[in-house]
Design a binder for this molecule. Sequence first.
Ligand code: AMP
Length: 557
Amino acid sequence: MTTFKSLGLNAPLVKAVEKLGFEAPTEVQSKVIPLLLNDKTDLVALAQTGTGKTAAFGFPMLQHIDLGIKKTQGLILSPTRELCLQITNEMEQYGREMKQINIVAIYGGANITEQAKKIKRGAHIVVATPGRLKDMIRRKLVDISSINFCVLDEADEMLNMGFYEDIKSILTHTPEKKSSWLFSATMPPEVNTIAKKFMNSPKEITVGTKNAGTKNVDHQYFIVAGRERYTALRAVVGMNPNIFGCVFCRTKIETQKVAEKLIQDGHKAAAIHGDLSQNQRDAVMQSFRKKKIQLLIATDVAARGIDVDDITHVINYQLPDEIETYTHRSGRTGRAGKLGTSIIFVTKSDRRKIRLIENKLQTKLTELEMPSAQEIFKNKVQHWIEEIKNTPVKSELQPYFADTHKGLEELDKETLVELLLSKEFRNFDVYPKSLSFDQEKNSERRSDKKINAPKDKDRFFINLGARDQYEWATLKDFIRSYLKLGMDDVFQVEVMKNFSFFSTHKKHRDLVLRSFENLNLDSRKISVELTKKGKTFSPSKKKKKSNYGVKSKKRFK
Ligand code: AMP
């Protein structure tokens, strides 16, 4: 059997491994550790988070550090503060038997002077986010001119987040003669460019299939109408009472809405998105990690750096534009040898995206039938039965058993069971109307244009459309709730592929134009304009450039 010792790790590191309880090296560790210990080489490793990649580069870097030299010898760049702290923590664990090793994390949103002080004391290894590091280099608070090793961790994420220029500038402050190790879950062309431009004939190592979701993930999808997404989510949660999941939405507003609905329905849920402060995000993440929250509703941007093992389900409330993003999302489950499920809610018209994912992942996605309300309830009862059977008897309650037996003595077993079940589900709507999918079929209409509307109305253009996963009903809901208007105040909503039209009473004109003035949805400016009388707005006359994604990325479309 391959052991960490047989890979070439020295005694203090092997001791740390034993204390950490790692039994055997993971695949990426077996491939990468001997290479980085013995060859002075550059490396491109394709491996997802959760494969043990931090240790794969961390152990060799630690072993190469000369503790007698106070200068910074190793640099690890990571996309987010969250990940930066996690890597630092892991590295400290791995180096725990190396007395005097000093590993310092530097990242934005925290006191720069404090971080500079720590660096000044002598940091053998610096773990940094690109923005803060660049800032500290500029202020001469950190010196990376003598590093021997540079790791670009989650390189695809860093580039997705727009750190290309920062990375380029940081690398100009590092010596030519160093080893660069790049780790990435996927290999989009941008990462390839980095490898070509900044690395010296790197060796390439792939764990699992290139660009594929982990093999431990079961990919499934439900065909739903746009308005049924929430109902579908409830059904999935209902069928999986022990779910510990991440639900991905496309916009901040949607994450908020979904989280609120779940909370109203009695689930432990929270939203995480870019409008939360760093402290709020940390608090949400901490609750999630401690499993005080069962469902985390996130945008892709906010979810970067979420690194939580044990996620049972990833739910794609809406599909992202880019296939890579889907790979990232689904890679958050099925970690550390466990099985995970990635579920997609897809509308009939977007069904072709399923084929594209299948091609990309080289795997078949399973189409599932939505369970009926009865099936869901049956499943809940089954779960409850299992829970009762598995509840350990609490010995402290011993003194009260006799009284309880006596108090319930007149009930036979059957009655007792019926009463307990009724008590457990007393507040539960056993036949919820909203679980009947057929009721909402008319939501598949493209517009509510035929609805009678007042004469003195204004008609508006909005640059959101079917490609943003909107249908007339969901767009109407969004506009109405965003403007805080009543049910009938927004009407004649007509959804096209890239844009839509809607009408309001003239008295709301200022409110509409003002409210949308500064609205950005996931860094994209939402624009609303009054259409000219009698004419509809022609988008071809005023070409709008979409800010979605990176230009060269493959789209689903
Ligand atoms: P990473 O892919 O580096 O984010 O690692 C994911 C998790 O796996 C971390 O919590 C590590 O502590 C843990 N880990 C790393 N290597 C091993 C190993 N060989 N055996 C068991 N757990 C490991």
